[in-house]
Design a protein around this ligand. Structure first.
Ligand code: C2E
Ligand code: MG
Ligand code: MG
Length: 307
């Protein structure tokens, strides 16, 4: 057991008991955020942060219904010959009040508030609708990958809702891929693996996102029914900066190939990185060097230009 403590002092941090408790609470959350098992004194900035979070979460509540959410798509390309095999759907929020907010800021708020379930449902529905559209125009060979939060996977009805969305939109399961991170598995490995197997049985491909940033455990890799492994951008960045460490990438690729997995490099920005990935026999890559995440219209233009 460990304890995190927040400290607020009368009268500097508040005039009433209620205010003191509220501020001590904010300080306690700051202590947890600082790695737990420590204490923090209350500071005015903490209240501002808590307030901003609350305000943003409130607008997030209405963002989908107001049409402020949008999916962008980033191509997934074969390292060896540049063929486009799929696109990853990435959520965008253009708030009229706060401007464009990155998913790294609002996805955690959606997770903490429970909004992730309706938001994730919308994302999946929207991505399947687009995948179906691609199929209708003769590009059913192009896969669409969707990011799934650990909180979504933890919900009892997740597999059923995925299956319902597939039938509603009339999309082939094999055209869809779900990206999960290792943190999704930490809560309950057996429960997660059971659900992932059910998704596999539906015909959906699974991909392990951000590989290398978490525990990157071999046990997970062996037990997971995932066909794709995505090497996190932090490793791809090492190709340029750290000659000793970059050999790790080759080892990850070899290890994944032994497990019959396809390897995707994330966040490739330079020719030099691409060259190195070619030498390591990495299968696919995504990155600004080919394209940033773009709108549906641009996806279709991109496909007709590149085949
Ligand atoms: P991710 O799934 O690992 O997505 C890759 C991120 O890298 C994306 O950031 C993408 O725009 C960015 N990226 C791709 N190529 C490059 C590059 O060459 N250079 C640089 N600097 N960045 C590159 P984005 O769109 O901001 O998304 C961040 C994270 O937010 C995602 O990481 C994912 O974890 C989460 N996310 C995005 N959309 C969704 C969603 O619909 N649902 C859930 N649950 N999470 C999402
Ligand atoms: Mg992803
Ligand atoms: Mg990633």
């Amino acid at each position: 057991m460990s304890a995190s403590a927040g400290i607020a002092i009368y009268p500097d941090d508040g005039d009433t008991a209620e205010e003191i408790f509220k501020n001590a609470d904010s300080a306690m959350y700051a202590a947890k955020k600082a790695g737990k098992n420590c204490w923090r004194f209350y500071e005015a900035a903490m209240q501002r942060e808590a307030y901003e979070k609350m305000v943003l979460t409130n607008s997030l509540r209405y963002a989908i219904n107001r049409g402020e959410m949008l999916l962008h798509y980033q191509p997934q390309v074969v390292v060896a010959d540049g063929t486009v095999v799929g696109f990853e759907a990435l959520l965008r929020w253009d708030s009229p009040e706060y401007g464009s907010i990155p998913p790294t800021s609002f996805v955690p708020l959606a997770e903490q508030s429970g909004l992730i379930h309706s938001m994730g449902h919308w994302v999946l529905h929207e991505a399947c609708r687009f995948a179906r559209h691609l199929d209708d125009i003769g590009r059913g060979d192009v896969r669409i990958a969707v990011n799934v939060s650990p909180y979504q996977l933890a919900a009892d009805d997740f597999v059923d809702s995925v299956s319902a969305i597939l039938s509603e939109t009339g999309v082939e399961a094999s055209q869809m891929e779900l990206e999960i991170t290792e943190t999704a598995l930490l809560v309950s490995l057996d429960d997660s693996i059971r659900k992932l197997n059910e998704l596999r049985a539906l015909g959906i491909r699974l991909s392990l996102d951000d590989f290398g940033t978490g525990y990157s455990s071999l046990t997970y890799l062996q037990r997971l029914p995932a066909k794709t492994l995505k090497i996190d951008k932090s490793f791809i960045d090492m190709i340029l900066t750290d000659e000793d460490q970059r050999a790790i990438i080759g080892s990850i690729v070899d290890m994944a190939h032994i497990m019959k997995m396809t390897v995707v490099a994330e966040g490739v920005e330079t020719e030099q990185q691409l060259d190195y990935l070619r030498r390591c026999r990495c299968d696919l890559f995504q990155g600004y060097i080919v394209s940033r995440p773009v709108t549906e219209k641009e996806v279709i233009r991109f496909l007709s230009n590149r085949g």
